[in-house]
Design a protein around this ligand. Structure first.
Ligand SMILES: [Zn+2]
Length: 364
């Protein structure tokens, strides 16, 4: 399934949280909602490409705002910004999807503003943060479409409401930050960098909000996760429904280990360049090969802490470009570490830690 549309010379990112190969496995396992999710996604991707062509719009044209959170209810249709149900500082609505989405987007905006990164919303120009909830019927996905995020209710069996998960929301908003910085093309290695940086935002925002440390809870410590305050390094674990409780969509500390079951299939992420996926699926493996970069981020963060690793990665992201491949990203990340160390913004040995991490995944 082709997941990106070329509009003029500009690649627009239409990035869904649940990768196409996972939905295909679910459809094969007989999950009706997976089939309808695939169809609904195809429909508005095509409509959107058509509209973009007609209006000559570029994804990056977003009005300046006050970095306000705006949650809209699609009322189980596929209409965006249908009904504003909670604006900035509005009281709770008692609809958990609306209130969870509001809190997560609000937390994300606060994280970006914090001194670790220091951004005024996704575009550093105060764009309002728009989030649609109750999109479609039992829609098993979430996505960033160039100007807003949209969350489905899930089917309630395989996936719960996508608004429940901070790392899903932060991942999708992370695509926004990437769009306004490096703006990677959404295929092959540049696309895998798009997914990688979105996962980095997913985990670092969650760790920041929950005040977790980088050191991973391992073995029997997992049951003490809440007490030990260690990060789980999982992405999408909170949206797993009763059938798949305990699984996740991605595991940054152990790419390839996030899930293995009859419904989703087996997590195909490699953790080393020697296993890089070279097939045509998933736009050339954008959700697959991101595992290699994810592992390097994890290995760096457990050495120098998540805050310092985030600062390095973000500074590299600002200097990267749309066609960048892994090796080029590694070069920029090492350069960012060196410059930040010189300014005493990260530890002196950060550069060595980053290099060691990339050596371990076969990228240095
Ligand atoms: Zn993504």
């Amino acid at each position: 399934m082709n997941n990106f549309t070329k509009v003029g010379s500009d690649y627009e990112c239409f990035s869904t949280f649940i990768p196409p190969y996972v939905l295909d496995n679910m459809a094969k396992a007989g999950i009706e909602e997976a089939k309808s999710t695939i169809l609904q996604s195809q429909f508005f991707r095509e409509t959107r490409a058509e509209n973009s062509k007609k209006m000559g719009l570029l994804a990056a044209t977003v009005p300046k705002g006050k970095a306000d959170v705006q949650v809209y209810d699609s009322e189980n249709t596929t209409v965006f910004q249908k009904k504003l149900v909670r604006g900035q500082d509005d009281p709770k609505t008692n609809d958990p999807a609306v209130d969870n989405a509001y809190d997560h987007v609000n937390d994300d905006r606060d994280f970006l503003k914090d001194e670790i990164i220091g951004l005024n919303s996704l575009d550093n120009n105060g764009m309002n943060l728009i989030c649609n909830v109750h999109f479609g019927k039992k829609y098993n996905n979430a996505f960033w479409d160039g100007k807003q995020i949209t969350l489905g209710d899930g089917d309630g069996v395989i996936f719960t409401n996508f608004a429940k998960s901070l790392d899903v929301v932060a991942h999708e908003l992370g695509h926004g930050v990437v769009q306004f910085t490096a703006n990677f093309e959404y295929h092959h290695q540049p696309g895998a960098l798009h997914e990688h940086f979105a996962d980095v935002f997913g985990t670092v925002v969650t760790q920041w909000v929950e005040k977790k440390t980088a050191e991973k809870a391992a073995g029997k410590e997992i049951e003490w996760l809440q007490i030990t305050k260690k990060a789980d390094w999982l992405i999408g674990d909170e949206i797993m429904g009763p059938e798949l409780y305990g699984e996740a969509l991605r595991c940054m500390s152990e790419p390839g280990a996030a899930y293995d079951n009859n419904i989703l299939g087996k997590d195909p992420q490699p953790a080393h360049m020697k296993n890089i996926y070279t097939g045509p699926g998933d736009n050339g493996g954008v959700h697959i090969n991101s595992g290699i970069m994810n592992k390097a981020f994890y290995l760096t963060a457990i050495e120098i802490g998540t805050d310092q690793a985030s600062r390095i990665w973000y500074n590299a992201l600002r200097n990267l470009w749309p066609t960048a491949i892994f090796k080029e990203a590694v070069g920029e990340i090492i350069k960012a570490a060196r410059l930040l160390a010189k300014d005493n913004k990260v530890d002196k040995e950060a550069t060595q830690r980053v290099r060691t991490a990339f050596r371990e995944v076969g990228l240095f």
